[in-house]
Each structure stands twice: as structure tokens, then as C-alpha cells.
Design a protein around this ligand. Structure first.
Ligand code: MSP
Length: 659
């Protein structure tokens, strides 16, 4: 954020918002990298729509060029057939991920091809494109030419490090070099043009060396799968020159002037850091030569790594988005992508990190808050969200946490720091859980302090409603469910109006609504139980003889060490129907949640249990008690008919080891 000079200016809502993703090659299956940019674009588009900004979101596929031709050849089918089949993988994934693009462009569409040819003809007619003999090296993978001097005596491609081939051929060139000075000046005078700022500096570094002209043709004898040059049918257009044009052909350039005027210039081209040069050098110069206005921002995000390593097919560590969706649900996956990566920097993906975040942020913090509020309203408030009474300091503190979340989320959208905004929303959710512990609504109900109880029920419901608006673009399905649980129609679209949302103390949208008891929003994910600790070494003969002398019933330290005793916090408690001795408890144990059924119902009520810190045997084999899964046992002291829970003297986090 400190990179942004005119911060106030930057926070103003734009008149319209046009966001794009790169168009993806159809030679491959979509992976987490593709999913990330597209979800990021979707989240930004949804935030702007939620803020009532007219929005257009474009994504699509890049279907020409050598990579696609090779992939089709390998399969023994035509490139068009190959593209028609593989494009479906992208479209199906976007459908599954709830991507709200306004148009899906394919570069093999006749309308796009026509626009590319018209642009080529126009540039050729105006002398911006000329024919020349090319001698140098060529990288098939990157589809880029290099002069010997670019390679510093090496034959490896500076981009992908694969060997390049020597090549001599006649080709058409775009006069890119003559715009070098203009581009340097443009980047220096437009601080939001290439973001993050260090990517602008990287581009300026690249522009320090003389910029050559760009070879924009490929002879058909070598590559036939492309858009034919309108002025020479022996050649097709270079795939990048064709692909970049999608950003304008997708919004009506040379087809529908009104539409084009409405959406262009693009507000934000989202790209990965590996395709920076094509977007920050080729594309602006192409637009300049065409006489078309520059996009406002080109934003380059970092890479998802698998742990610390680059994801690659050969390493077998590529994350498949469909698998993640099948296992954790669409919204959890979307949440992780957006919450766990700081746009601009690389991020590491591991399943452990995913599960931890899922269990702590979504299952424990958010899901748990919703279920507490709904259950309490059903039990003590007749299922109707009440009107609030007088606000005390606790409510003002809660309002302050929410206020911070609202303002931060708004700023986060405008400054591309969505992860930071989400963190503040999570802080408000945590403040909501703390507020419930502090105000103890179950006790208020028992004491008959109805006005105070009503205030607590109202405030927590309102907090959840606001959170559902703030996180709707990230998790549209689950946030709709939260609003439905709070009695709001599923079809009612939320509005992200900063001022209206901030009026926490004056809003009265929820009181009088009947809550709906919904299934657990984010069921806790239970990772496989950790392996039992290493078995105690076999007793030696000497030890055996020593043992014989020991009193019966004693265990040694290794045996004791097999028992895993942990602290836990009771999140929810309820009676087990038809069993007057049993309580079903939902516990927080560090980052995970677990359920234990315990025979303490004659000594403790469910309300007594909520919020307590207790001790559990965590590695007891799970068992079914009255058909209900119980994962562990809680520790109590028992004397005759008296039973007391083992309590913890002081404040330690749940999941701490006891022993
Ligand atoms: N077709 C070109 C783009 C043309 S845009 C006019 C292309 N396609 S691609 O399918 O190879 O890559 C698309 C995007 O995926 C790129 O932005 C790239 O950075 C991104 N990613 C590929 N692997 C990635 C990760 N592991 N992590 C994040 N994004 C990465 O390039």
C-alpha cells in the first residue's frame, strides 16, 4: 500500500470496472495457477458489482500457436478439434468454481480473427509492420526469437532454459523499437500502470537494453495453426500478437464502438509474473501503434509453489483444483486461494496448511460463531432475532472491530491486498466469539436478563450479516447460506456500501426475522489420527527381573507417555436424545475440532459446559456411543455420586499438552 502515492484517490470507486485474466493455452489441463488468476478476477469483479460499479469480467483461451499444434499432432487430431475438446475442461472448471465472467473469448472465434487481421492490415498499411530476413535462435516452448547477443554465447532460452534452435527465415516485423523511449517515459509517469511497483522496475530494467523489433509472423511451412496474415497468405500471425488482442476484441473493438467505449480502457489486466514482458512491453506498444488508450493497471501476481518447489508435471506436485473442490467444497478452495496469497508474492501450497486454515478460520471461527448464534436464538429467543437494548462497552468494542473490517476490506479491494482485508474480517469474527464468551448469553438467559440477552443475540447476528456481505465475493455460496440462516432470502443480493454497513448501531435489518437452522457451514475436517507414539522398547532380561520386584499396577514412564493428554475448549454442548446421562460436546483442540460424548449430563448442563477449558485423552480409539462418534474422553474426578471436571489453573491455549 505504501507504493500507492495518491491513496485517497485510489480508494474512490471507479465509474466502471473491466478486469481480465490471461487467456489460457488449451494444450494442458487447468491447474491451481489458472484457477488462482481466474478466482482472483472473479472476486474483484464480484466486489465491484457488490459496490454497484458497472463491471465486465473477461477470461478465455489462447488456441493458436505451436504448443497447441504439437499437442493436437500428438493426439492425431486437428488443432481445432483438440481446442474444441480441451476448452471444455476450462469452462467446466470455471462453472464449478462459480466464475462469473461476462464473456469467454476463444482466439479461434471468427470475430476475434477478423479483428486481428484488420489490426495487422492497418499497421502494415501505415508502415508499422515490414518484411525482413531473420537470423537467430528460436525457442519452441516460449515461441520467441532471440538474437545471439541476447543469449550471451549460450544456446539456452533465457526464459525457460530449454535449448533454442538456429533459424534463418524471412518474416514480418513490428516496429517496436521506435516506441522504447515513449514506453519508458509512460511507465515512469504512471505509477499505477504496472503493479506491484517492483514489476514496473523490472520492466524498466528490461528496457535499459535496446529493444528490437518484434517478429510477428510464422511461415506456414513451419507452423500453420494461426491467423493468416491478411497481406501475405504464406504466413500466420505470431501467437502472442494474436492473443493480446483478445483484451480489446472481447469488448467490441472494431465490432461495437459503443460497447468498446463503455469498457475500454481495462481497469486491470491480471497476469502471472512469467508473462510480464509480453504484457508490459509488447502490449502497450501494440496499443500505442494502434492509437488505442493504455489499460489502467497490469497486475502481475506471484506463483503458487508446492511447499518450496516449483509445481511441475514431471515432479508430480501440481495441485488439481477439481480434487480440492471435491474434498473441501468450492468456497473453501476459493477462500484459501485468496486468503493465503499476498497478490504479487509467491505462496506455498501444502495440504497441511490448507487443512489448518480451513479448520481454524472456517470451521472454528466462522462456522462455530454462526452455529452458536442460530442455536441460541432458537433456544432462548424463540427463533426470532430480537431488537437490541442499550449498548455497553462490549458492543462498542465489537462495532469497532467490525468497522475496521469494513474499511479494511474496501481498501483491500482497491489496493489488491485481499489477503489483508480478509484477515481483518477474521479478526472481527474472532471478536464475535470472544464477545459471546464475555457476555455469556446462556447465563443471561438463566438469570432472566432478557434485554441484555436480546442485545447479545442481535449484535452477533448483525456481525454475521455484515461478515456475509464482506466475504460474499470470496465465498458466494456459503455467505448466502449465512444470510439464509439469519432469515434473509437467498435471492436477495448483498450490497457492499461502506457507509451503510458501518451504521452498525443504527441498522435494524435483522430484528424480527426468523432464523433457519442450517447444517454445519464448514464441517470440521478431521485429518487421519497421528500414528501412535513409538512403542516402548522391549524389556531386557535385567529389566524384567527388576519389574518382578515392583508393586503390581505400576506403569513406567514410556507407558504413561503413550497417553496423549491435551487441553480443549468446549465450543458447543447438547444433550443426547433418549440418554439422560450423556452430553455431546464439540471441542476446539488447537487448530482442530473434535466431538466427544461423555456421561456427565447429571452433573453439568450443556450451558455450564460451553466455554470451559478441560482436559481430554486425545489418542483414545474413537468409539460409537449410542450411535454417535466419540473421539476421546474427558477427565473428571469422581467420588461416590460426586463428579467434577478437571479444570486448568490459568490461561493456556486449547491443544496444549498435559503431563
Ligand atoms: N496463453 C498465455 C497467456 C496469454 S494472455 C494474452 C499463457 N497461458 S498459460 O496457460 O501458460 O498460463 C496462464 C497463466 O497461468 C499465466 O499467468 C501464468 O503465470 C499462470 N501460472 C502458471 N503456473 C502458475 C503457478 N504455479 N502459480 C500461479 N500462476 C501460474 O501464458
Amino acid at each position: 500500500m505504501d507504493e500507492v502515492k495518491n491513496f485517497e484517490e485510489f480508494l474512490k470507486l471507479p465509474d466502471k470496472y473491466y478486469v481480465t485474466t490471461p487467456i489460457y493455452y488449451v494444450n494442458d489441463k487447468p491447474h491451481i495457477g489458472h484457477a488462482y488468476t481466474t478466482v482472483l478476477g472473479d472476486v474483484l469483479a464480484r466486489y465491484h458489482r457488490e459496490q454497484k460499479v458497472p463491471t465486465f469480467f473477461l477470461t478465455g483461451t489462447d488456441e493458436h500457436g505451436q504448443k497447441v499444434q504439437h499437442a493436437a499432432e500428438k493426439r492425431g487430431i486437428s488443432p481445432q478439434e483438440h481446442s474444441d475438446e480441451t476448452v471444455l475442461r476450462f469452462q467446466e472448471l470455471w462453472e464449478r468454481l462459480g466464475i462469473s465472467n461476462d464473456y469467454f473469448i476463444r482466439t479461434t472465434m471468427p470475430a476475434h480473427k477478423k479483428v486481428v487481421q484488420e489490426i495487422l492490415q492497418d499497421l502494415y498499411d501505415r508502415g508499422e509492420i515490414y518484411k525482413d530476413e531473420y537470423k537467430g535462435r528460436y525457442c519452441v516452448h516460449c515461441e520467441r526469437f532471440f538474437k545471439e547477443k541476447d543469449l550471451n554465447g549460450d544456446i539456452l532460452c533465457p526464459e525457460c532454459k530449454r535449448p533454442t534452435n538456429e533459424i534463418t527465415e524471412s518474416n514480418y516485423f513490428f516496429r517496436m523499437s521506435k516506441y522504447q523511449g515513449w514506453l519508458i517515459d509512460y511507465i515512469k509517469t504512471h505509477p499505477h500502470f504496472i503493479l506491484p511497483m517492483f514489476r514496473a522496475n523490472e520492466t524498466l530494467g528490461f528496457l535499459n537494453k535496446p529493444l528490437g523489433d518484434l517478429c510477428i509472423s510464422r511461415p506456414k511451412s513451419r507452423l500453420s495453426w494461426g491467423i493468416e496474415l491478411p497481406f501475405d497468405s504464406d504466413y500466420v500471425c505470431y501467437v502472442w500478437f494474436d492473443a493480446l488482442i483478445n483484451y480489446i476484441s472481447g469488448v467490441g473493438y472494431r465490432q461495437d464502438d459503443e460497447k468498446f467505449r463503455k469498457w475500454w480502457p481495462a481497469s486491470c489486466h491480471l497476469i502471472g509474473k512469467d508473462i510480464l514482458t509480453t504484457h508490459s512491453v509488447y502490449w502497450p506498444i501494440m496499443l500505442k501503434a494502434m492509437g488505442v488508450e493504455m489499460p489502467q493497471t497490469i497486475f502481475a501476481h506471484g506463483w503458487w509453489l508446492s511447499g518450496d518447489a516449483k509445481m511441475s508435471k514431471s515432479l508430480g506436485n501440481v495441485v488439481n483444483p477439481m480434487d480440492m473442490i471435491d474434498r473441501f467444497g468450492v468456497d473453501a478452495f476459493r477462500y484459501y486461494l485468496i486468503a493465503a496469497m499476498t497478490p504479487g508474492q509467491d505462496a506455498s501450497f501444502t495440504e497441511d496448511a490448507f487443512v489448518n486454515r480451513y479448520n481454524s478460520d472456517l470451521a472454528n471461527d466462522l462456522g462455530n460463531l454462526l452455529s452458536r448464534v442460530v442455536k441460541m436464538t432458537l433456544r432462548v429467543g424463540d427463533g426470532v432475532i430480537p431488537n437490541h437494548g442499550k449498548f455497553e462497552q462490549e458492543e462498542h468494542d465489537l462495532a469497532a472491530a467490525l468497522d475496521n473490517a469494513i474499511v479494511s476490506m474496501h481498501a483491500a479491494v482497491m489496493t489488491m491486498r485481499l489477503d489483508g482485508g480478509i484477515e481483518q474480517v477474521l479478526n472481527a469474527i474472532r471478536a464475535g466469539n470472544r464477545y459471546l464468551e464475555l457476555t455469556a448469553p446462556w447465563t443471561l438467559a438463566k438469570k432472566g436478563e432478557t434485554e441484555r440477552l436480546n442485545t447479545v443475540l442481535y449484535c452477533t447476528a448483525e456481525l454475521l450479516r455484515i461478515v456475509s456481505v464482506l466475504l460474499d465475493p470470496v465465498m458466494p455460496e456459503k455467505m448466502t447460506e449465512i444470510r439464509f440462516a439469519l432469515g434473509i432470502d437467498r435471492n436477495e443480493r448483498p450490497e457492499f456500501d461502506v457507509e451503510k454497513l458501518r451504521a452498525f448501531t443504527r441498522n435494524n435489518i435483522l430484528s424480527g426475522r426468523k432464523v433457519n437452522d442450517i447444517d454445519s457451514l464448514f464441517p470440521r475436517f478431521v485429518p487421519a489420527m497421528p500414528e501412535a507414539p513409538v512403542p516402548a522398547p522391549k524389556a531386557t532380561e535385567k529389566a524384567k527381573s527388576q519389574k518382578a520386584a515392583e508393586p503390581v499396577g505400576l506403569i513406567d514412564i514410556e507407558e504413561f507417555g503413550k497417553m496423549q493428554l491435551l487441553t480443549a475448549k468446549v465450543l458447543e454442548a447438547e444433550k443426547v436424545e433418549g440418554a439422560d446421562k450423556l452430553l455431546k460436546l464439540q471441542l476446539e483442540v488447537g487448530d482442530t475440532r473434535r466431538q466427544i460424548v461423555s456421561g456427565i449430563a447429571q452433573f453439568y448442563t450443556p450451558e455450564d459446559m460451553i466455554g470451559r477449558h478441560i482436559v481430554i485423552v486425545a489418542n483414545l480409539k474413537p468409539a460409537k456411543i449410542r450411535g454417535i462418534e466419540s473421539e476421546g474422553m474427558l477427565l473428571c474426578a469422581k467420588s461416590g455420586k460426586n463428579l467434577k471436571l478437571i479444570a486448568i489453573d490459568g490461561d493456556v491455549p486449547s491443544g496444549s499438552s498435559v503431563g
